[in-house]
Every structure is written in structure tokens, then in C-alpha cells.
Ligand binder design. Structure first.
Ligand SMILES: [Zn+2]
Length: 347
């Protein structure tokens, strides 16, 4: 740990908190971390005179069980339910839930940081994307359906954005379900569709990191009419191509929405809560979204592109990363201290 060099002062109020500003510091010995006996280096900032340690920059800072991060992240992407993860790691389910919340938020920010980093280096997202909505539910399949719009880059299967939004209760309910629906509406109000807004947010992510206005972009989606309107509104100044695929078309490799269908199938196979007809369905949309972000980071940066091209990740195909990342790389530093280990430190 003695090789660690603090990049900035970790205190936001300090003048040395911003990268590039002068930052003078001194070493102040070591301490032994109680949870795992690891030796941690201490530092002293000469600007604000406060002390901190290498631990201050880490994602597992302040956690009593720092070793849980990587196995929990792995299990979350391996169709394991929260209850099973707790069983396997011999911890309480509540511990796994809290860890999922932390990891989900971290992964969302990590992905955003990777996109910003790419843009700062002059890169932009490619002009060809596929958009599709996966349907699932929170708590109740009939009364609380949820849509999950997913925007995927076509060549690399890179997931640019994923959102979740409520859908209204399903139609053709039995008298008993209708009564339940009315009871729910009295308590929580009518459940309205957030689909269009969620799709818009996905397209806006593409615009933010994608090709400049005036250039040609192409979207592949199904024939939902609102897509055309949203696409036009989000990209008024781009030359837009839009391939709209009929849902009746065969869903094979030649289908323009193949990457979307494939991504959805992978999500259903990778995330326990999206497996159909199981007990593992989401209880809340918020937690579904956090789980999805862990998957996005796995899909884009950690996993190999396909079994045949396992050495390359989706992010490598797009030039966002120079190598496949390990969960250890992703889960090392916390926001805003993200950084990747230099290439030479890998084997
Ligand atoms: Zn300071």
C-alpha cells in the first residue's frame, strides 16, 4: 500500500480537491485496518491540514465487509437471487440488498465516467444504435408492469443506456384483479406510462456522447409510433435514418433488431429478477434499475464480447477501454476518484 500516491485532497472544500491544482501532502505513517488487518497509508494535506488515508478514495471505504463487493457483483450478473447470494456468502439478505444499492449507483456513475473520459479524449459513440423495450414488472405482474428501454450499439453490443419506467396496469383483468386495481389506485393514484420519457432519456444519452449535429445517424427500433416523434425531437439537427422493424418479422440474426433481442435475452438469462415465472421478480423498480446498472458495467467492460471473442469487451470494440476490466478495477475507487490502473500493471 505504500506505493499509493493520493491524486487530490479528498475533501471537497479544499483548494487541492480539484485535479491539476497544486497539491502538497505528507505521509503520516500507517494504520492496520480492523476488518481484515490490511495496512493502510495515512496522509496529511498541507493545504487544508486535514488527514486522510488511501482508504478514503476507495469504494469499500468504511465498510465492515469490504471483501463482499466483488463476489456480490459477480453473483448479481450470474442469475443469483439476493437471497441465494446471502446464503452463499453467509451474510444477511439485508447486507446484500444494501450492497446492491451501493454497487448499482457506483456502476451507473462509473459508466458515465467512462463515456465522459472517452469524449474528453475526442471520441464519440457510433452512429448506429438499436432501441427496444423489455417488459417486466415490480411486485405485481398485472397491476404494476414496468418497461425497460435499452439502447445498444449495433456492432459491439455496448449498452449505452438503460432506463426503467412504470406502465399502466394491464387490461382484461378478472373481477378480483379489477377490485385490487381500484384499491391500489385509491391509495397511490393512477399508474401512468413513463415509457416515452424513459425512451427520451436513452436517446438523450446517445446525443450527449454521440456524433455531432449535421452528421448521419441511424436508429433501429420496432414500429411504435412514438419512437419516430422522440427521435426527431431529440435529434433535430442530425441526418436521421430510421429502420422500423415489424414485430412479425422473424427474430433471427438477419433481423435489424437482432442485437436488441439478443441483449434482452442476455438480461433475462443474467439477472435473476428478469427470469420469467420465478419468485425472484423485482419488488421495486428502483432496485431493478440498480441491478441493471451492475449488469451494464459487466456487459460493457468486464465480460468478453462473445464466447468466441472473449478477450475483447464491448468497450474495447468502441475504443472506450484498452483492455477488459476486472471487477476489482471497476470497484476499486469511488466517485469522484475514478481511475483505471495503467496497462503495464496487468498481466
Ligand atoms: Zn486538503
Amino acid at each position: 500500500m505504500s506505493r499509493f500516491t493520493p491524486p487530490v485532497c479528498p475533501y471537497a472544500a479544499c483548494s487541492s480537491h480539484i485535479r491539476g491544482r497544486p497539491f502538497l501532502w505528507q505521509r503520516k505513517g500507517f494504520y492496520r485496518r480492523r476488518c481484515d488487518d490490511r495496512v493502510v497509508a495515512r496522509f496529511h494535506c498541507l493545504s487544508c491540514r486535514r488527514s486522510f488515508s488511501s482508504q478514503t478514495f476507495r469504494l469499500d471505504c468504511g465498510l465492515r465487509k469490504p471483501w463482499l463487493d466483488v463476489p456480490v457483483a459477480r453473483a448479481l450478473c450470474a442469475k443469483t437471487t439476493l437471497r441465494k447470494i446471502a446464503e452463499l456468502l453467509a451474510v444477511k439478505r439485508r447486507t446484500v440488498e444494501r450492497r446492491l444499492d451501493r454497487l448499482g449507483e457506483h456502476c451507473r456513475r462509473f459508466h458515465a465516467w467512462m463515456l465522459e473520459r472517452h469524449q474528453e479524449r475526442g471520441g464519440c459513440l457510433p452512429p448506429l444504435m438499436a432501441l427496444d423495450e423489455l417488459e417486466t414488472f415490480e411486485n405485481d405482474r398485472l397491476l404494476q408492469p414496468v418497461t425497460v428501454p435499452v439502447l445498444v450499439e449495433k456492432r459491439s453490443l455496448f449498452m449505452v443506456d438503460v432506463q426503467t419506467a412504470p406502465l399502466p396496469a394491464r387490461g382484461r383483468l378478472s373481477p378480483r384483479d379489477r377490485r385490487r386495481k381500484i384499491a391500489r389506485e385509491e391509495r397511490f393514484g393512477r399508474r401512468r406510462s413513463g415509457s416515452a420519457e424513459a425512451v427520451r432519456r436513452c436517446l438523450e444519452s446517445w446525443r450527449r456522447f454521440g456524433p455531432k449535429p449535421g452528421s448521419y445517424i441511424e436508429l433501429h427500433s420496432d414500429q411504435k409510433t412514438v419512437y419516430r416523434k422522440l427521435y426527431r425531437e431529440v435529434f433535430p439537427a442530425h441526418l436521421r435514418g430510421h429502420a422500423r422493424v415489424s414485430s412479425r418479422e422473424r427474430r433471427d440474426r438477419r433481423n435489424a433488431l437482432f442485437v436488441s433481442n439478443h441483449t434482452n435475452a442476455m438480461l433475462r438469462d443474467g439477472l435473476s429478477r428478469l427470469v420469467r415465472q420465478s419468485w425472484a421478480h423485482s419488488k421495486t423498480r428502483q432496485r431493478l434499475e440498480r441491478h441493471l446498472w451492475v449488469w451494464v458495467v459487466f456487459r460493457n467492460y468486464v465480460r468478453g464480447l462473445t464466447r468466441k471473442t472473449w478477450q475483447r469487451s464491448s468497450a474495447m470494440v468502441l475504443g472506450l477501454a484498452a483492455r477488459k476490466l476486472l471487477w476489482n478495477d471497476v470497484l476499486r475507487w469511488r466517485d469522484p476518484f475514478f481511475s483505471l490502473p495503467p496497462l503495464s500493471s496487468t498481466h
